[in-house]
Ligand binder design. Structure first.
Ligand SMILES: [Zn+2]
Length: 465
């Protein structure tokens, strides 16, 4: 394995940046094996091998091979500023792959055609496929997911038809603005969602598509309070901040826990999939599907607060009136600095956490990508080296979280969950299990007794609601 590269920006204070692999995979998006084909089969139309016809489909040798991707992307999953295709600050639910009209596109996995052609819910013709997860045999709740191919010019399949992975579905077109591209989405709802057999909850499509990127990122803390993250990867899904006091103890944040509606208000994290879920689909256990209203007008849980300005296409609270490129998202300022990476490569996002509380001596940041790789950065008086830390990983079975550390490390530890010490110090032989009563997002940190300068990095885990 090659050594990850870590570049340091221009810190205003002491800054360290370390990269590594995180083993805490979100439970929200399980069930993909990344053996899919890319929708354009790795731009095969631009460089067709001899003897290959588009109608033949995508050659099987390209399935699951990250060498045959459709990069560079013109937009990835996440927030986008005003000058984007939709001409508003919005949350882009999929990938945009710029390609001339008439490019053949293919099924990323085997499945059933649910929509082919025009549909009242979409502005342009599309193809939507429903896929049964690898470990499932039918589309029971949690047993399937969807792929969606939008702005298509022509389609060669019809609803109800079964298609194989790599099968030709149709030919790409352009969106209303005339931009020639394919918009590709993946929808995957958690099993606990009673409507999870439906096409809901857009997740980062690079959870499904074969993707290989070095865990490379650059994080810079600015004196303005904003931090910027630049990466050549297209698959950032979350940025977490932890505030530590002068003794390296976590400081609990007001937004650590979901509110009574099940939503995180002014949280110390920006999770793109969580944000999209919160702002585009209500928690279906709290709100039945028909409460969304015609056309999804009541789709957002905060629609009453948005009033008439809310549109289901606007997934951030508001555009900053002073800066059209900046969104104000539930207490977090989001500036997509380079949403249109194209050949330039890097994806760049600026975040300002305006609601952090506590007299912070140290800020620790963890950025997480779709494959669990993470980038880490810190600012201030923080723990000096990674080698001094207690290594920690989290796994979950149902509502039971297991915290595991290496055997040679001290057994008597104090566990912090979302900045709050759980109880008296506990003794564990390499691991301890903790039951969690409610689903949600939890941040754990384990500290050897009396040695806060050797605490683990905090790890985040999602538990299904
Ligand atoms: Zn798009």
């Amino acid at each position: 394995m090659t050594q990850p590269v870590c570049r340091i920006g221009k810190p205003t204070r002491a800054l360290a940046c370390v990269l590594g692999l995180s083993l805490a995979l979100p439970a929200l998006c399980s069930g993909f094996d990344r053996s899919a084909a890319w929708p354009l089969c790795g731009r095969i139309s631009e460089h067709p091998p001899a003897g290959w016809e588009a109608a033949d489909g995508c050659p099987a040798a390209r399935f699951g091979d990250p060498g045959f991707s459709d990069e560079p992307l013109s937009s990835t999953f996440g927030p986008r500023p005003l000058y984007s295709e939709n001409n508003r600050y919005d949350f882009h639910r999929g990938l945009d792959i710029a390609t001339p009209t008439g490019t053949p596109f293919f099924a990323v996995s085997a499945g059933e055609v649910r929509i082919a052609g025009p549909n009242p819910s979409y502005s342009d013709p599309l193809v939507q496929l429903r896929h049964v997860r690898p470990e499932q045999t039918e589309c029971i709740p949690g047993g399937c997911y969807y792929s969606l191919y939008l702005h298509v010019d022509a389609w060669v399949v019809e609803a109800g038809e079964q298609v194989e992975k790599g099968q030709l579905l149709g030919y790409t077109g352009a969106s209303g603005s005339g931009f020639e591209h394919l918009h590709f989405e993946v929808r995957s709802a958690p099993p606990s969602d009673p409507y999870s057999a439906w096409s809901r909850d857009a997740v980062h499509p690079l959870r499904l598509l074969p993707y290989a990127a070095s865990p490379e990122a650059e994080v810079t803390f600015h004196s303005s309070g904003e931090l910027t993250l630049v990466s050549s990867r297209y698959d950032l899904v979350a940025v977490d901040i932890e505030v530590l006091d002068g003794k390296h103890r976590p400081v609990a944040q007001a937004g650590d826990l979901a509110d009574s509606r099940g939503y995180y208000v002014r949280p110390p994290f920006f999770d793109m999939e969580r944000a999209n879920f919160d702002y585009s689909h209500k928690d279906s256990q709290a709100y039945p599907w028909d409460s969304f209203g015609a056309g999804g007008v009541n789709e957002c849980p905060f629609y009453a607060e948005h009033g008439g300005s809310y549109s289901p296409h606007v997934h951030l609270d508001a555009q900053d009136p002073a800066d059209y490129r900046r969104g104000l998202f539930n207490g977090i300022g989001v500036r997509t600095l380079r949403y249109w990476p194209s050949d330039e490569g890097d994806y760049e996002i600026g975040l300002e956490f305006q609601q952090l509380t506590g007299n912070s001596a140290c800020l620790e940041l963890t950025a997480t990508f779709t494959d669990g790789a993470s980038a880490y950065a810190q600012q201030g008086d923080c723990i000096a080296t990674e080698a001094q830390r207690l290594p920690l990983r989290l796994t979950a079975t149902g509502r039971k979280v297991r915290l595991t550390w290496k055997p040679e490390t001290p057994r008597k530890v104090r566990v912090y969950r979302n900045g709050i010490p759980l109880e008296a110090p506990v003794t564990g032989n390499y691991f301890i299990d903790r039951d969690v009563s409610a689903g949600g997002r939890y941040r754990y940190r384990v500290c050897p007794l009396g040695a806060h300068d050797r605490c683990s990095r905090s790890r985040v885990i999602h538990l299904d609601h």
